[in-house]
Design a protein around this ligand. Structure first.
Ligand code: ACO
Length: 379
């Protein structure tokens, strides 16, 4: 029997058929259910985009209104969850807290009948509505502040900022976070989405599938790059230092965080939209040296790396936008998780629609017919 070829990391190996999203890395195209990301970033909201991801088509006004009304009662956390949040170690990372709390959400929610579309929809609503509140409440408790009751009249983005800060966000702050959620909501078969589908394929349910996906996103090779871009910009210290810093990185053949992508070989379309958001935010709230430094690094990188297909990715501008919104650095990846919950649940629903348990093969590299020796006879 011939040995199958190993593809490390399953790079490029199709793991499922999916109609949720599409990427063309050469042309810089990302589309959710056929709708280009630039259009969604400009015209849609996170709630509308989630409906699109879950249902395959844009909602009517009545459907969107009904969707928001279904979601908003689920902002409120069960008392058991509030007690558990208060008991979590404050020094843990917010992603570890979120992974634990999403699993616990499943323990206080009604059992989901995986064969029933209404039951799957209800579980999806509960997860999508609770995840931002869980992130916000953990942050608030960590700061030693009292929890704030969620406000069911607010959008997911505005309610998140309200629950975290105890202050209603301005229209522009809400719109910018909402747009960032749209941009991060879905991205084909990345590691956390694959993890979500693998867990889902055992028919365990939405809560464990999303909890597993949160744990996967937490890793620095996946969701953590936005934190590192911010640290890099702080280390440079200002646009006047950018050229010397950049030349030293190039000379040392070191990687510049926020540049390059496994799939995109041109500027990540989400980076274009985030840059527009950053520009809008800095025009209204005043610029910072970090933004000016980022623009200078982008200009230098285009000259040096552009011809090699290394361009800014989505994380190049997200950190400075979140920082300007007053969000702590280690909450950047949880915001990614809030957004990506929409995409994970779209994949969970797709997987449940035609499930097949994931059970890949392996290439065995161990020994055969090893000799058994009794304990006292072993050297
Ligand atoms: N800065 C400088 N050089 C780079 C960069 C970069 N950011 N990215 C790639 N290169 C160079 C490598 O040094 C390598 O050069 P060589 O051929 O001379 O050895 C070549 O390009 C290929 O690099 P790989 O890492 O093999 O390319 P791949 O396409 O597999 O990597 C990746 C993509 C991992 C994202 C890479 O570009 C990188 O590490 N970027 C920085 C980290 C980052 O921003 N990650 C966020 C990605 S977006 C996201 O996850 C949401």
């Amino acid at each position: 029997m011939s040995t199958p070829e190993l593809v490390p990391g399953l790079a490029g190996v199709p793991a499922a058929e999916s109609s949720v999203s599409f990427i063309d890395g050469t042309q810089g195209i990302l589309a959710y259910r056929g709708h280009r990301i630039e259009v969604l970033a400009e015209k849609s909201t996170f709630e509308e985009t989630t409906w699109l991801l879950w249902n395959g088509v844009l909602p009517t006004r009545a459907q969107l209104d009904a969707f928001k009304q279904e979601l908003q009662p689920y902002y409120a956390l069960a008392p058991e969850l509030v007690a558990a949040l208060k008991a979590l170690p404050r020094k843990g990372h917010p992603m570890e807290a979120l992974q634990a709390m999403v699993a616990m959400l499943g323990m206080v929610s009604p059992a989901c009948d995986l064969k029933d579309e209404a039951s799957r929809h209800d579980a999806s609503l509960r997860v999508l509505a609770a995840v931002p509140v869980l992130v916000a409440c953990f942050e608030r408790l960590r700061r030693g502040e009292e929890l704030v009751e969620p406000d069911p009249s607010l959008s997911i983005a505005a309610n998140f900022l309200w629950c975290m800060n105890g202050v209603k966000p301005s229209a522009i702050e809400e719109r910018i976070l909402d747009c960032a959620l749209v941009l991060h909501a879905e991205h084909t078969m990345n590691a956390s989405t694959f993890a979500c589908r693998v867990v889902a394929s055992t028919e365990t349910g939405a809560y464990t599938a999303v909890s597993g996906a949160v744990g996967t996103l937490y890793g620095p090779l996946h969701g953590g790059a936005n934190e590192r871009v911010l640290k890099q910009l702080e280390e440079i210290g200002g646009p006047e230092n950018a050229k010397a810093w950049f030349d030293a990185k190039v000379a040392a053949k070191a990687k510049v965080m926020g540049l390059g992508h496994r799939v995109y070989k041109t500027k990540d379309p989400r980076a274009h939209s985030l840059q527009n958001l950053a520009r809008e935010l800095f025009e209204s709230h005043g610029s910072t040296p970090l933004y000016d430094t980022a623009l200078e690094i982008e200009r230098l990188a285009a000259d040096t790396f552009g011809s090699r297909g290394i361009w800014p990715n989505v994380d190049f501008f997200s950190g400075i936008v979140y920082q300007k919104l007053g969000i702590p650095t280690d909450v950047f990846t949880p915001i990614f998780a809030i957004a990506r919950t929409a995409g994970w649940l779209a994949h969970w629903r797709e997987q449940m629609g035609d499930n097949k348990l994931f059970r890949p093969g392996q290439i065995y590299t161990g020994v055969h017919d090893a000799e058994w020796k009794d304990l006292d006879d072993r050297g």
